[in-house]
Design a protein around this ligand. Structure first.
Ligand code: ASP
Length: 451
């Protein structure tokens, strides 16, 4: 198959996204999406909502079994506890480092731009912050008292912990546990096939998700908050295109241009779902099959990153802090800003990659430095759009760190990384059932039954 044809999924997904923006804008600007109207009730909050939600559910459905199987394979693939510790500590250090740089950049850019100065501090919007979990609980809860309940609730850190321990125990049992490893490998392969099936309907789902979000956006609000929105998007872009790419080049020598091309699919999924967690299957597929990162590294770094690494979210917090401090005329001083950096980095560990969590973390940061929590009400209206953009930056950070750690461990296939067609697939191919393989399986089962 020609590589041009193979690229069709990315192209289709991008088309779905652009069409979604166009239709959403049309519904919004023409007033067709007014509350209670036919379009609002049956199309935007009816069909678009249902299609989008079903797709996000389908992605989330894959996360737990995929992470579980691939981590067991990963640990058995590394085959040595020391190497596992190295992958763990390197990725943790890099995740924290990039998050700290992200927020420092954001604070600097926002402070230089002077956003929010002289703005009216009264706001109609109300925001009462939800509680973020206390940090000590975050650490305690890494160890699940009941792994099944952790899986049922999609709690990533306890699942990671349990799967790693299962992998290590399998290694310790040795040869006798061979069939368990094979089972995990097959499970992983089956789940990856499922990722392909679900990705093949992505163009339509992405259209529905984006059209719904754009149709419901408060466009006037966007204009009112132009300063905040502009500085935030600017800081996110600086981090994605400059900081992360320098980090990638310096620590791994890999080409940033190729990285930016290959990460696009994962970014679009993150943008449409506003959830790093729901994007895990796509990120995992992208880094392993498109970028050549070995599953032994990616199976750990990707779900770990989706949980603890949130560069985009940290940037939002930096910009929002400066903005609200200026609006309320509060001078935080150097200590205040250093506290913000520390708090954001810590808060990112304790909160999962799901839509809107950034605001919960922000209220935690505000409480710490004494900024009025209700100030968050000012930026609430544009947060959904900002969430979509920052989530795309979050997953890009996860993929950068995965590539760096894999390269350092000799677990990155540079030929795959440099091959533009690696891991691309045609949507028809994704749902294609090989008749020969099917017949072979049926025959094997018949033989087994005959025995
Ligand atoms: N939605 C973001 C994520 O999933 C988190 C946030 O900033 O709210 O990574």
């Amino acid at each position: 198959m020609s590589s041009g044809k193979k690229m069709s999924l990315t192209v289709k997904v991008l088309l779905g996204m652009l069409l979604g923006i166009a239709v959403g804008l049309f519904f919004n600007l023409s007033g067709l999406n007014a509350d209670g109207s036919f379009v609002n009730t049956y199309i935007v909050n009816g069909v678009f909502h249902a299609v989008g939600k079903m797709f996000v559910n389908a992605l989330k459905m894959l996360v737990v079994p995929l992470v579980f199987f691939s981590l067991i394979c990963g640990v058995c693939g590394i085959g040595n506890i020391k190497a596992l510790g190295r992958v763990g500590s390197k990725s943790f250090a890099l995740y924290m480092l990039t998050t700290a740089i992200a927020i420092a950049t954001a604070i600097t850019i926002a402070a230089l731009s002077g956003i929010g100065k002289g703005m009216n501090q009264s706001s109609d919007a109300m925001f009462t912050g939800k509680e973020a979990p206390p940090l000590v609980d975050v650490f305690i809860n890494i160890i699940p008292s009941n792994p099944i309940s952790a899986m049922a609730n999609g709690q990533m850190l306890p699942i990671i912990f349990f799967a790693i321990l299962v992998g290590i125990s399998i290694l310790m049992v040795g040869r006798q546990a061979k069939s368990l490893v094979e089972l995990a490998e097959l499970g992983n392969e089956v789940m990856m096939k499922m990722v392909n099936i679900i990705m093949s309907v992505a163009p339509y789902a992405v259209f529905a998700l984006i059209a719904k979000s754009v149709a419901n956006l408060g466009l006037e609000l966007l204009v009112q908050l132009l300063g905040y929105v502009g500085v935030l998007i600017g800081a996110l872009m600086v981090h994605l295109f400059v900081t992360l790419m320098i980090v990638l080049k310096v620590f791994s020598g890999l080409s940033p241009r190729i990285f930016l091309q290959k990460i696009r699919n994962a970014q679009v999924f993150a943008f449409s779902t506003a959830s790093s967690n729901a994007t895990i299957p796509v990120t995992l597929r992208t880094v392993t099959q498109r970028m050549g990162v070995d599953n032994s590294v990616a199976s750990f770094t990707v779900p770990f990153g989706a949980t603890i690494n949130m560069d985009g979210t940290a940037i939002m917090q930096g910009v929002a802090t400066v903005f609200i401090a200026n609006v309320y005329g509060v001078d935080l001083g150097v200590t205040g800003y250093l506290t913000v950096i520390l708090m954001s980095v810590l808060a990112s560990i304790g909160t999962a990659g799901v839509p809107g969590v950034g605001l919960i973390m922000l209220s935690m940061v505000f409480a710490q430095v004494g900024l009025p929590i209700e100030g968050i009400g000012l930026i609430l209206g544009v947060d959904r759009l900002m969430d979509m953009i920052r989530t795309a930056v979050n997953v890009s950070g996860d993929a950068v760190v995965s590539s760096i750690v894999a390269k350092g461990e000799g677990k990155l296939d540079v030929a795959v990384y440099n091959d533009p067609a690696a891991g691309t697939f045609d949507t028809d191919e994704a749902v294609h059932i090989d008749e020969e393989a099917e017949a072979e399986l049926a025959q094997t089962l018949r033989e087994a039954q005959a025995h």
